[in-house]
Design a protein around this ligand. Structure first.
Ligand SMILES: [Mn+2]
Length: 253
């Protein structure tokens, strides 16, 4: 029997990193199949071109996710793709107003909520201090490799833990949240993005990039981060009554 579908006005997901081993594509495919929305915003780093540059990794489940996205766009969901830094190959196309079939491409766009607010929709990497300098980008690339190692350790550890019925622990997430520097880095990112949105007469910003799902007000600016599908399996949804919610999809696991 087919399960009942949830229905939302809009769904925002980011940082699915398809093409990367750490992507939780099975959960994502399941999430996509379980709901309908009028609008679907893909807020960057959907396909991970950086990692595929080194070695192509593309399991069947990642194709299923793409098929689900295309099926949605053929079945009446308006799909918007905002390019991120890992899928920056789309940025040039977006500049020229190209689309992927029914899927519109952007570098940034805007969204009008039922709450009467106007939101800037942007991946957000341009407001990441580390991404702004050459040295920072080198560090990020090193960081990406270390993160991959941490993640593969993480899933091994989790396999062991699951044998003993111990709930899933996320070492990569733990390591990231632990350090004071990481907290300062995230606060700076959130602050810069919301300042930018405010300076451009937006009431809020919808973003991704730092893999930390969040809905909060920074001053008068609403800050909403979709999170990611590597660690959190999170989606930002707008209900038909105008309320916003962060869904955490990981079931069981
Ligand atoms: Mn990113």
């Amino acid at each position: 029997m087919k399960e009942a579908q949830q229905d939302y006005r809009a769904v925002f997901i980011s940082d699915t990193h398809l093409g990367f081993k750490g992507a939780q594509a099975d959960h994502l495919a399941h999430f996509l199949e379980s709901h309908h929305s009028d609008q679907l915003y893909l807020v960057g780093d959907i396909v991970d071109g950086w990692r595929m540059h080194r070695k192509v990794y593309w399991p069947r489940m990642h194709t299923l996710v793409i098929q689900n996205l295309l099926a949605k766009s053929n079945n009446g969901t308006k799909v918007h793709y905002v390019a991120g830094n890992h899928d920056e190959m789309f940025r040039g196309w977006a500049d020229f107003g190209f689309s992927l079939g029914n899927i519109a491409l952007y570098n940034e766009t805007e969204y009008y909520g039922i709450d009467g607010k106007r939101y800037l929709v942007i991946h957000g990497d341009l407001f990441d201090d580390l991404m702004r300098s050459k040295r920072g980008r080198r560090l990020m690339s090193l960081g990406t490799r270390m993160y991959d190692v941490l993640l593969s350790l993480d899933s091994n550890v989790n396999q062991v833990l699951s044998l003993f019925n111990i709930p899933r622990q996320s070492i990569a997430g733990f390591a990231k949240r632990r350090t004071k520097a990481a907290v300062g880095y995230m606060l700076k990112y959130e602050g810069l993005l919301s300042e930018h949105a405010r300076a451009n007469q937006y009431d809020g910003v919808i973003c991704g990039h730092i893999h930390t799902p969040e809905i909060k007000d920074i001053g008068e600016t609403r800050y909403m981060n979709c999170g990611d599908w590597v660690e959190n399996c999170s989606a930002l949804v707008e209900h038909h009554d105008g309320t916003w919610e962060l869904l955490k999809w990981r079931t069981g696991g």
